[in-house]
Design a protein around this ligand. Structure first.
Ligand code: SAH
Length: 360
């Protein structure tokens, strides 16, 4: 198979995604793993994930914490709890933290993030890094807010485009001024301008989504020249409008295969970026993260959110780790990786090499 030829052609990429031949998948995964080994190495980097709040101004048609879902108990964890999670991360050999939450624009929330960033920057992780590396994933914000948070110490930002096709974007979001494709795109441009390592991603296996859409998503990442990517299977949630299309979805195994193939193809297309093995992959398949890692992923985000709010951050149902505390999730992941003989990049930021390369 000539992968160099395949990855530049949307029809050939779609053909690989559509293929049910296990031999094709095996070859793809092996090629992607080789590229990963040569460029970013075999280590998996850990980022402790803190789900800071499920309060959200958006009403996305797929998401369990959409503003219109009345069945959600809304929460926000305190500054002290976020800082305590950062200390937990440092004590447990992670040098990085991801702060994720619903999209909020209230000034108090913006100030809270700035404050916790300043506090977190004072924490010294084990090993050589001078402070904890922070990734934010807090939705679309103004360029000024992005800059304020960057100056307060955040160096990476995750903002999934969700789907790169404008028409499909319109089908999975309400048609109003809060959910505009162009604004999402503009936010990604603003993040780059501020100097962040920029991550984006898509959901895989959505209603109405075709394999050509997915091929175009990969080409979109390449064109945007992203530094990081987090993508995973779409998982239906009963309290969302898209739930009514559940009978049209691909079976779980197919959504998983597509997700792992997307990781492998992206590794071949963008050898030096960071690619996450996401929680949604684990939700659909207990071996999902391992499969992603052996197909080219190099980042894992163990949930270190305090146990008592985890059940409230159900963007999709049956999310793993609900009811666990940080210590349990964390030791579980480390044991899992050790058992699979996957080396862990303890105490290192594990920055995107692509970012470094594009800065020189
Ligand atoms: N407010 C932040 C974080 C959103 S939650 C932001 O806008 O970036 C993180 C991600 O969860 C989303 O970007 C989306 O891709 C994913 N997600 C939401 N609902 C999902 C579902 N039903 N199945 C799978 N992934 C989902």
């Amino acid at each position: 198979m000539n992968f160099a030829e395949i990855i530049s052609d949307r029809y050939k990429i779609a053909e690989i995604l559509d293929s049910d031949d296990p031999a094709v998948a095996e070859k793809l995964y092996a090629a992607a793993y080789e590229v990963k080994k040569k460029t970013v190495g075999e280590c998996v980097y850990l980022r402790g994930l803190v789900e800071i709040s499920n309060i959200c101004r958006k009403n996305c048609l797929y998401c369990g914490i959409r503003s219109g879902n009345q069945n959600v108990h809304r929460y926000e964890i305190s500054e002290d709890e976020v800082v305590a999670a950062a200390k937990f991360a440092a004590d447990n050999g992670y040098a990085s933290l991801v702060i994720q939450g619903g999209e909020r624009h209230d000034p108090a929330f913006c100030r809270k993030i700035t404050y916790v960033l300043h506090e977190i920057m004072k924490i010294k992780p084990k090993g050589g890094e001078e402070h904890i590396g922070v990734t934010l994933s807090l939705g679309e914000q103004s360029e000024d807010v992005y800059r304020e948070w960057f100056e307060a110490g955040a160096k990476r930002y995750l903002l999934r485009i969700e789907v790169s096709d404008r028409v499909l974007y319109g089908k999975i979001h309400p048609e109003d001024s809060l959910h505009r494709y162009d604004d999402r795109l503009q936010a990604l441009v603003a993040l780059k301008k501020c100097g962040y390592q920029v991550g984006t991603g898509v959901m895989i296996g959505l209603p109405f989504q075709t394999s050509l859409n997915l091929a175009d998503d990969l080409l979109f990442f390449k064109k945007l020249d992203i530094d990081m990517c987090g993508m995973g299977p779409y998982i239906e949630h009963t309290d969302t409008p898209l739930y009514r299309y559940r009978a049209d979805l691909f079976p779980i195994a197919k959504r998983m295969d597509l997700s792992i193939k997307m990781v492998a193809l992206l590794r071949l297309m963008m050898p030096d970026i960071n690619i996450a093995a996401t929680t949604a992959m684990q939700a659909l398949d207990s071996l999902g993260r391992e499969k992603a890692i052996f197909a080219g992923a190099n980042v894992l985000m163990p949930n270190i959110t305090v146990a008592d709010v985890r059940a409230d951050y159900q963007i999709y149902q049956n999310k793993p780790g609900v009811g666990e505390d940080a210590a349990l999730t964390s030791s579980g992941i480390v044991e899992y990786l050790k058992e699979k003989k996957i080396p862990i990049g303890f105490c290192q930021w594990g920055d995107s090499i692509h970012y470094r390369n594009r800065k020189v």
